[in-house]
Design a protein around this ligand. Sequence first.
Ligand code: ZN
Length: 309
Amino acid sequence: MGYAGDVYEGEKQDSNDVCDKNSAAYDFCKCYPDAVTCNTIDLPEIVIDKCDPENVNYDFCKCNPGWCDSGDCNDPFSYTYPCPYDDIGDCTDPRSYAYPCDPCNSGSIDYDACLCDPASCDGETPTDSQDPPAEPDPEKILLVELINKLCSGTMKAQVAKAFDNNRLSKIEVRIVDEFIDNGLLGLHQVYDNNGKLLEWDNTKNDFNGTPSYLPDGSYSNAVITIYRENIRQTCTSDGCGNAQYYGINMTLEESVASTFSHELNHNTDLEFIIDLRNRREGKSSQNIDPHQNITPQEEQVWNELNNCN
Ligand SMILES: [Zn+2]
């Protein structure tokens, strides 16, 4: 529609047609009594006219969908993205506290305390030894989603391996959003058989105790901590995290993701885990360095993130 002032008085007095847009008598509601803005239904001719900027019913977003928020929470470009997640306990969904589906995941419907921890079932009444109660692990969900949205196939494969449904090794994830003066970006810890969380001792290159192991040689329970504020404080104009020292500029979230991937690798690197146990028990050992298998993979992740930016 035009605006007052662009028509001289008297100019259009030749027509009294309420449906003639060029007439001074033009009256949208009289002409289209059923139109939306006149409190009733939408007529086909109005719908068509919605893309006519002159029309009173002009709908910019309908006619220019690429310019407006779709309102679709599945659309990554919408402000409503992502859709709110409703945890229905689906153990096949990595976002669920019930994930993965295995008898030693205390959040899973398949959880079987006696199967995965026979010591807790010695008496008549099974006792929960060290498993935390079934609770959602929002930190894990967040980091898994972060990795899945980034372009590094190596990181995605690492996540899939660490949280594979068939793996009995449980991983609890913690994100620390305050600065901790420990020089760490991430930390991988394991529990011993008494439920004590062990620390890594750099001087003896081993944990300060004996981890609890599963029959396949992997750790029963691990805790991975991501020091996000520590990572954030490494950020310079060259990027965040350790990759910047190798000339690779990573964003904070890429650095958080690759740190998580690094720590997950500490829980899946069976070659090292078994070798360390052999060394501790005085058996034949290759004395593998804890990062021998992890550093090359981490560099691969950095390169992938760098190349797809
Ligand atoms: Zn490490």
